[in-house]
Design a protein around this ligand. Structure first.
Ligand code: NAD
Length: 362
C-alpha cells in the first residue's frame, strides 16, 4: 500500500502524522511511504531522516493526496485538503466531526473511508489515540502554571517547590483521569503540595495507591472546592464528562476566594473549560487576568512540544497504520472492534452514530 503523509496546514500545528521511525517500520513491511517535502520540519524531522528510512519525498500536498492509498495525518483535513480526498482512499487522523458539519459534508461528498483517531477504543474502555495527548497536556500543565505564577508574567511570585524554610505551592488538580494524573505526577515531582479532587472513588483509590502518601485525594464537591480555594496557588482543571461540555467548577464569584496572582490552568478548555471565567487562548498569548487571577487556557497544549507530541502520537497510531496497510481497511476493521469504532465515513455514508446524532442526521 502507498501511505501518504502531508504537511499539516492548520495554523500553529507543528506535529506530523508519521515519524521517520514509523516510516521505517512501514517500509520494512513492504509498503511505500510518501512524505510531503518539509512535513516533519516542525517536529524536528528533516526530509533526510525520512529518506534514510526508505520513504519517498514528494514536492507538494497534491502529489501526496493523488498517489496515496491511505493518508495519515494529525489534524482534521482542512477545506483544501478535503477537496483532494477521493473514494477508495483511507483517511486516518483526528476528525472531531460532531461539531463540524462542513467537514462531515465534505468527507461524505468525497467518498473517502475516514477513520477518526479520537473514537478508536481499547479493551479497558479507554481512548488510546487520545490518551497520549492528554498525557502531554497533563505533564505540561504544572510547567505552564509555574510560568504563570512568576511575577513578571502576572502571577503571585510563588515558586512551586518552595525552598528549605519556605513552604511550597499548594496545587489543586480537579479531575484525576489521564490529564489529572499526569499533572499530579509532575506537580509532586516539582515539590508542590498536591491535592487531587475527583467524583470517581475508584480513581481516588488508584491515585492514593500509586502516590503512596505523596498527595492528598478528596471527593469533588462544590463545598470541598470552595474550602480549598483560599489556600491554593494553582488550580488545574482536568475534568471530562464524555460527550458533554465541561462542568463549571469555579464560578467568577469564587475568584475572590483565591490569593491575588494565583493561577488557573484550564486544560478542559477544549470542552468549554471548567472555570466560569475561562476562554480559549493561544501559545502566542496564553494568559489573561480576571479579578487579579491569572488564567492559562490554551486549547492545543500538545502543540507547544511537537517533538514529544508527534512521537507520542506516532507510537500509538503505528500498530493501527500497520494493520490497515497490511490487511486493507475491511479486514483490519473486521478483526479489531476497537479500530472499527473509529470508522466515521465510507463511500458517502456516515457510519458514526454519535456524529449523526450531534449533527441531527439520524
Ligand atoms: P479522563 O476521562 O481521563 O479524566 C476525566 C476525569 O474527570 C475522570 O476521572 C472523571 O471522574 C473526572 N470528573 C468528571 N466530572 C467531574 C467533576 N464534576 N468533578 C471532579 N472530577 C470530575 O479525561 P482526560 O483525558 O484526563 O481529559 C481531561 C480534559 O482535558 C478533557 O476535557 C480533554 O478534552 C482535555 N484535554 C485538553 C488538552 C488541551 O490541549 N487543552 C489536551 C488533552 C486533553
Amino acid at each position: 500500500m502507498k501511505i501518504g503523509c502531508p504537511t499539516e496546514i492548520k495554523p500553529q500545528e507543528f506535529r506530523v502524522g508519521l515519524t521517520p521511525e514509523a516510516a521505517q517500520e512501514i517500509v520494512s513491511r513492504g509498503h511505500e511511504v510518501l512524505i510531503q517535502a518539509g512535513a516533519g520540519n516542525g517536529s524536528g524531522f528533516p526530509d533526510a531522516d525520512y529518506m534514510a528510512a526508505g520513504a519517498r519525498i514528494l514536492p507538494d500536498a497534491k502529489a501526496v493526496f493523488d498517489q496515496a492509498d491511505m493518508i495519515v495525518k494529525v489534524k482534521e483535513p482542512q477545506a483544501p485538503e478535503r477537496a483532494m480526498l477521493r473514494k477508495g482512499q483511507i483517511l486516518f487522523t483526528y476528525l472531531h466531526l460532531a461539531p463540524d458539519p462542513d467537514q462531515t459534508r465534505d468527507l461524505l461528498a468525497s467518498g473517502v473511508t475516514a477513520i477518526a483517531y479520537e473514537t478508536v477504543t481499547d479493551a479497558r474502555g479507554g481512548l488510546p489515540l487520545l490518551a497520549p495527548m492528554s498525557e502531554v497536556a497533563g505533564r505540561l500543565a504544572p510547567q505552564m502554571g509555574a510560568w504563570t505564577l512568576q511575577k513578571a508574567n502576572g502571577g503571585s511570585g510563588v515558586l512551586i517547590g518552595g525552598v528549605p524554610g519556605v513552604r511550597p505551592a499548594n496545587v489543586l488538580v480537579v479531575g484525576g483521569g489521564v490529564v489529572g494524573t499526569a499533572a499530579a505526577r509532575v506537580a509532586v515531582g516539582m515539590g508542590a503540595n498536591v491535592t487531587v479532587l475527583d467524583r470517581s472513588i475508584p480513581r481516588l483509590s488508584y491515585l492514593d495507591d500509586v502516590f503512596m502518601g505523596r498527595l492528598t485525594t478528596q471527593y469533588a464537591t462544590k463545598g470541598a472546592i470552595a474550602e480549598l480555594l483560599p489556600s491554593a496557588d494553582m488550580v488545574i482543571g482536568a475534568v471530562l464528562v464524555p460527550g458533554a461540555a465541561a462542568p463549571k467548577l469555579v464560578t467568577r464569584a469564587q475568584l475572590s476566594l483565591l490569593k491575588p496572582g494565583s493561577a488557573l490552568v484550564d486544560v478542559a478548555i477544549d470542552q468549554g473549560g471548567c472555570f466560569e471565567t475561562s476562554r480559549p487562548t493561544t501559545h502566542q498569548d496564553p494568559v489573561y487576568a480576571v479579578d487579579g487571577i491569572m488564567h492559562y487556557c490554551v486549547a492545543n497544549m500538545p502543540g507547544a512540544v511537537p517533538q514529544t507530541s508527534t512521537r507520542a502520537l506516532g507510537n500509538a497510531t503505528l500498530p493501527f497504520v500497520l494493520a490497515l496497510a497490511g490487511k486493507g481497511w475491511r479486514q483490519a476493521l473486521r478483526d479489531d472492534a476497537h479500530l472499527r469504532a473509529g470508522l466515521s465515513t465510507h463511500e458517502g455514508v456516515l457510519t458514526s452514530g454519535p456524529v449523526a446524532e450531534a449533527l441531527g442526521l439520524d
